[in-house]
Ligand binder design. Structure first.
Ligand SMILES: [Fe+2]
Ligand SMILES: [Fe+2]
Length: 209
């Protein structure tokens, strides 16, 4: 790997993002990049995956401010690979579209990274560490000053992603319920999957006989 290319790649990516995202959104994306990389390093040490994670984190909301017509065209032309089940939900549609643009416009090829982008708002039971890092960082990066117990959750996330992700998933489901909206089934499946990993006996006890 030619490490001397890395700063150019990131600089190029940030320049391209400035054409499609507001300055506030770019700050959020940089926060997600920094936090997700720190989390991933805390869990795995230095790894070749970190460069891919950094790119995916910067691109996770790339379609967030895209106009409706461009979104409809991307969907109509069948470009969506991951996250087809999120397309009916207005607040989630930017995630599978961001995965499409990350791949088609920015050349991100890694399947786990594209999957993590597609499901970053809901989480997904098939997430590995890369998906967990982006899911957690999206909610806990430093610009998210309004989230409940952000700093406590972030320090928990450094030690163990599963209980931290379970708490974030729970908060997101509670927020939807407070707004009288149904949480997406993938959000519930992710929450239940994390609970099962943490408390298999308790989760099994809840199953109907
Ligand atoms: Fe998002
Ligand atoms: Fe985001």
């Amino acid at each position: 790997m030619n490490l001397s290319k890395e700063p150019d790649t990131v600089a190029d990516l940030l320049t391209a993002l400035k054409e499609v995202l507001s300055p506030e959104r770019i700050q959020h994306c940089i926060g997600v990049r920094d936090t997700s990389v720190e989390l991933y390093r805390a869990w795995n040490g230095d790894s070749a995956d970190i460069e891919i994670l950094a790119q995916a984190a910067l691109l996770h909301d790339v379609a967030k401010e895209m106009d409706g017509e461009a979104m409809r065209q991307a969907i109509a032309e069948g470009w969506i690979v991951f996250g087809n089940d999120l397309l009916e939900t207005r607040g989630l549609v930017h995630a599978p579209l961001s995965a499409v643009y990350a791949e088609r416009r920015f050349g991100l090829q890694d399947r786990d990274a594209l999957f993590a982008i597609a499901y970053h708002p809901t989480g997904h039971p098939d997430f590995g560490d890369l998906g967990l890092a982006i899911f957690l960082a999206d909610y806990l990066e430093p610009n998210r000053t309004f989230e409940n117990h952000r700093e406590v959750l972030l320090s928990l996330a450094y030690k163990d992603p599963v209980p931290a992700a379970l708490e974030v998933a729970r908060q997101k489901i509670d927020i939807m319920k407070l707004k009288n909206r149904s949480p997406h089934p993938v959000s519930i499946a992710f929450h239940d999957h994390l609970q099962q990993r943490l408390e298999p006996e308790k989760a099994a006890g809840k199953m109907p006989l």
